[in-house]
Design a protein around this ligand. Structure first.
Ligand code: GP9
Ligand code: MN
Length: 616
């Protein structure tokens, strides 16, 4: 008893350390398993717990400092956890400029929080309880404890640095991830070397030689008005589908069935900038970056995508969106990507707000006169909003009768898409009434999924609706429709493509020779489908015509998985090595082009002309 009394109960380190270690272990285990940590990575829990223990015991002097420090670390962890549930990734310091975005999506954040998340705060409660009658824990009062800690820290660091078992630690382990993220240790060389640049120019010249002789070249060349609509959260699973006998998108279906080319294997290709990335990639045929969002980080870059290209070919270029100009930094970036004129919320008469901005019905109704008010060739880019999460419409805008079990996020999504479709149908009617329709080409696509994987109830209801497991492949699938009134075309294309392919495909139907920088391909003239993903399915992952390759979270090819799209059976990943390398190559190349602001100079070289960028 004497010994126990002397060495354990009277020794603050021994008395408190095990309790704190246990609390950290619970906290970190919860964090790791909630963020998809495989069981064989349990060693990372030890690393995080050890670092936490060291950091906090070194802060033994005052209770207040402990609470501030621990509170901050816990908040970052909590942020990582929420962000992970949504994006399948941790937060990054490069995302701080997106902080304003959080305000608009508070409801989404709230829907992602789970009651069990309180476990992340367990060490704070335990600490408060242990210190309720004292000012600190004095964990390091004894020299032996202090010495012990000085041994543990270097041991951890050395074992991380030299042991192969720690492959992937910077992707999984909390502290390593954030340290690497902070110092931006990027193994890739971010210079666009002259060899790579020359090879790119040669490849593009090859592509360009064939561009004017493709099928469907110029089918919409004579149309005066080019309308491109990016539709919020429209997944392909909704198109052509019925919910309990009720057609979800009757207007879109009708458009697809007449004078249209419908791409049914078309996919989102976002980074971390959601809607803005869908815009960026579709308009510019470049991949978005994933460290931050392209619209913010590269707001001053020169780009040469669809708006500039169409201006070069005699069209005017305008954009329309019923929300704040500052959101996604559109007000600064739109002029850079070529829009001469942009309309935002303040330019519209706001009726009832839907979700957080202009109702699609009001949006279309007030946009049509502006489109119609162009005697010459004009390009109009519309970004819809009211089918945005959390899909909460007022009762008078819900037209689909939902079963009891779908009176939730999933059912709200169905109703929201149905309402958007209704407004879209009115849009087409208004275009007809204003006399613009016949002389227009109308192209539309979904920006990204509506139903993610984070809401378990919605996920289950989505699976019941689909009649099969909900995969990322399904989640990424958005429709692309090219509607050419009077063309008599009715076609469904099954080639696999993504938003990066929009620009070359649109140039083809508009009869514009491709002499530009496009990393995507013209989907009307390729059989070889390929979509590289960077978010949700991380960099290296891809979807092609027959298979889906999903890179492992540690980034190691050999640990990854792949399946056949028809049978859903696993396939040998060696069959995916080429696609994997291509995905990495293309994304890295795109990143280098963006980082070095090389677009305009490459386009100038491709065109062998000077000063093309200065269009008046
Ligand atoms: C806001 C709208 C929605 O302007 O485009 O963006 P999201 O939240 O889908 O990225
Ligand atoms: Mn969106």
């Amino acid at each position: 008893m004497n010994l126990i009394e002397k060495y354990i109960l009277k020794n603050d380190f021994l008395k408190y350390a095990w309790i704190m270690l246990l609390a950290f272990a619970i906290k970190v285990s919860y964090f790791n398993f909630s963020t998809g940590m495989p069981f064989n990575k349990i060693k990372y829990i030890l690393v995080t717990v050890s670092v936490l223990f060291l950091v906090f015991t070194l802060l033994y002097r005052t209770k207040r400092w402990y609470l501030i420090f621990s509170g901050l670390i816990t908040l970052v962890m909590f942020g990582d956890l929420l962000y992970f549930r949504y994006f399948n990734d941790f937060l990054s310091v490069k995302l701080v400029n997106q902080a304003t975005f959080v305000g608009s999506v508070t409801k989404i954040v709230v829907s992602i929080v789970k009651f069990t998340d309180i476990i992340l705060f367990v060490d704070l409660f335990v600490f408060l309880w242990l210190t309720k009658n004292q000012n600190n824990l004095n964990l390091f009062k004894h020299k032996i404890s202090f010495a012990l800690s000085l041994i543990i820290l270097p041991t951890i660091i050395l074992s991380i640095s030299f042991s192969s078992i720690y492959t992937g630690i910077k992707k999984y382990e909390f502290f390593n991830y954030h340290v690497y993220d902070f110092i931006s240790l990027d193994p890739e060389n971010n210079q666009l070397t002259s060899d790579t640049r020359n090879a790119l120019v040669d490849t593009l010249r090859e592509v360009h030689r064939e561009s004017a002789s493709g099928e469907y070249f110029g089918i919409a060349k004579e149309k005066k008005t080019v309308i491109l609509v990016q539709i919020e959260s429209l997944q392909n699973a909704m198109v052509g589908a019925f919910y309990n006998g009720q057609e979800i998108t009757p207007n879109i279906n009708r458009i697809i069935n007449q004078d249209s080319i419908y791409f049914e294997n078309y996919y989102q290709q976002l980074g971390k900038g959601n809607t803005s990335d869908a815009e960026f990639t579709s308009l510019n045929s470049l991949y978005p970056i994933t460290s931050g969002n392209t619209y913010n980080v590269y707001e001053n870059n020169g780009f040469y995508g669809l708006p500039w290209i169409l201006r070069e070919h005699g069209y005017s270029a305008s954009s329309y969106h019923g929300y704040k100009a500052s959101f996604w930094n559109r007000m600064n970036v739109y002029p850079q990507i070529g829009f001469e004129e942009s309309f935002f919320d303040v330019d519209y008469v706001m009726g009832d707000k839907v979700v957080f901005g202009l109702d699609d019905h009001d949006f279309f109704e007030q946009t049509v006169p502006r489109i119609a008010d162009n005697p010459d060739k004009s390009f109009h880019f519309l970004v819809t909003l009211s089918s945005h999460k959390p899909f909460e419409l007022s009762e008078d805008k819900r037209f689909i009768t939902l079963a009891e079990e779908d009176q939730n996020f999933f059912g709200d999504y169905i109703n929201s898409i149905h309402y958007m479709d209704h407004a879209f149908g009115e849009f087409i009617d208004e275009l007809k009434a204003s006399g613009v329709y016949d002389d227009s080409v109308i192209i539309f696509y979904g920006d990204h999924f509506g139903i993610g994987m984070e809401d378990e109830v919605a996920l289950a209801r989505m699976e019941a609706f689909l009649g099969e497991p909900y995969t990322h492949e399904e989640m990424f699938n958005v429709p692309l429709v090219i509607h050419v009134p009077g063309s008599g075309i009715k076609m469904t294309k099954d080639v696999t493509g993504g938003q990066i392919d929009l620009l070359p495909t649109v140039m083809n139907v508009l009869g514009i020779n491709n002499e530009y920088l496009t990393l995507g391909k013209d989907l009307l003239n390729t059989e070889e489908g390929f979509v590289a993903s960077q978010t949700f399915l991380e960099k290296g992952s891809f979807i092609d015509n027959t298979k889906v390759f999903q890179i492992a979270r540690d980034g190691v090819f050999e640990n990854s998985t792949a399946y056949d799209r028809d049978t859903h059976e696993p396939i040998d990943i060696e069959l995916c090595r080429e696609g994997y390398e291509r995905a990495l190559f293309e994304i890295n190349l795109s990143k280098k082009i963006t980082e070095t602001d090389a677009v305009v100079s490459i386009v100038t070289e491709l065109q062998n002309k000077d000063g093309k960028y200065d269009i008046e």
